[in-house]
Design a protein around this ligand. Structure first.
Ligand code: ADP
Length: 368
């Protein structure tokens, strides 16, 4: 984990194309020992951020420091100490081992030492079987492993990863993700990853940056972001994909009481009385019980009654749509669904903790 020692610092990062600002990030640090993932939709500016942090592209304004050095000195130092893996890699028309050894040869390493290192990284990334094969003979998943091997064989201080699994099918993606995390953490001092896949970001990273329209809208540990999303977009990317529209009726410290079409909910957030808000929740945070005897836990301050309108079995989980008011969607385990014998038409008590509901003034969506 991070020792709070920033290897790379970006300050006042701005990139303008024509008259369009595509990147505007005030401060970003990459600490030694961490895996920082920046997550966001296509076009958010992630690649631009990666390319400018890697000093591969000039900034319109701002500076990047590596070990306290910027400008030409920083660029040279970072070039020697970093490696980049892009979504799609280009290879020399030669063997796997030739391609993996390129960086070592450029760094003037002896043939024997290079061979040892190439063998070792091929073992770690499970590509020993294709080590002597020609690049034209390897699969897409293997090619991406070769690209990673080529970067990791250098034991880089900073490893930049630009959507390294996005071109792979699901199985190859999951396999590579597991190996990537293990080997990259062992070989690279710090990792900067960009991805549009939230599972990738939240499962692998020590810290996640959420990017949207050129801005870093939130930066923190996955738990920080999960518990305290700063806006509806961030809440949604953590899986709080369902929203309820309501009007603020009262406010308490860091809490608001919101009327949603006749039902009242207490939620985390700040808004003014009378202000329209969106409440966001994760379907797995709804707790269902029989309508007759809902157990009233002290921490559970929201209770509504609803009728099941749709039931979908999704493997080990069951998704239930129900009408209160309001309309709600819950995700429960099969066991829970069986115990409650929920079917379309069943009446249930639905509870959700106030801390699992996040309220955002509707206008705040337009801030960025
Ligand atoms: P992401 O990696 O999140 O998909 P990008 O950083 O690739 O986002 O792009 C951010 C925005 O910058 C996009 O709108 C893209 O069209 C624009 N952009 C990226 N590179 C260029 C370029 N070389 N010239 C003009 N616009 C660019």
């Amino acid at each position: 984990m991070s020792q709070r020692d920033p290897l790379l610092i970006g300050q006042g990062l701005r990139k303008v194309y024509g008259n369009r600002t595509v990147l505007e990030v005030d401060q970003l640090e990459l600490f030694r020992g961490e895996l920082l993932a920046v997550f966001g939709p296509n076009g958010a500016g992630k690649s631009t951020l990666l390319r400018t942090l890697a000093m591969l592209e000039k900034l319109t304004a701002g500076r990047v420091e590596f070990h306290g050095k910027s400008g030409k000195k920083g660029e040279e130092a970072l070039r020697m100490a970093s490696a980049v893996v892009f979504q799609k890699s280009h290879f020399w028309n030669d063997t796997v081992e030739y391609n993996i050894g390129i960086g070592l040869r450029l760094r003037g390493m002896s043939r024997i030492t290079s061979q040892e290192r190439i063998h070792s990284i091929c073992d770690q990334l499970a590509i020993s079987d294709v080590r002597t094969a020609h690049m034209s003979e390897v699969s897409g998943g293997e090619a991406q492993r070769v690209a990673l091997a080529r970067a990791l064989v250098l034991d880089p201080e900073v490893l930049f990863l630009d959507e390294p699994t996005s071109n792979l099918d699901t199985d190859a993606k999951l396999d590579l993700r597991t190996d990537l995390e293990r080997v990259a953490r062992e070989r690279a001092a710090s990792i900067f990853l960009i991805t549009h896949d939230r599972t990738e970001a939240f499962h692998m990273a020590d810290r996640v940056g959420v990017m949207r329209k050129g801005h870093l809208v939130q930066l923190g540990t996955p738990t920080d972001i999960y518990d305290n999303p700063t806006d509806v977009y961030t809440a949604r990317v953590t899986g709080a994909e369902f929203t309820l529209a309501g009007i603020t009726k009262a406010t308490e410290e860091r809490m608001v009481r919101v009327d949603v079409g006749g039902a009242t909910f207490l939620a985390l957030g700040e808004a003014q009385v009378g202000q329209p808000v969106k409440l966001v929740y994760r379907p797995e945070d709804l707790v269902l019980g029989p309508p007759s005897s809902p157990h009233r836990e002290l921490s559970t301050r929201n209770l509504v009654y609803a009728t099941i309108t749709d039931r979908r079995d999704l493997g080990g989980l069951v998704r239930l749509r129900m009408q209160g008011p309001p309309e709600l969607v819950a995700l429960v385990t099969r066991d829970a669904a069986r115990e409650l014998s929920v079917e379309v038409g069943t009446r249930v008590a639905v509870r959700i903790k106030a801390t699992a509901l996040h309220a955002f003034p509707t206008a705040s969506d337009r801030n960025i």
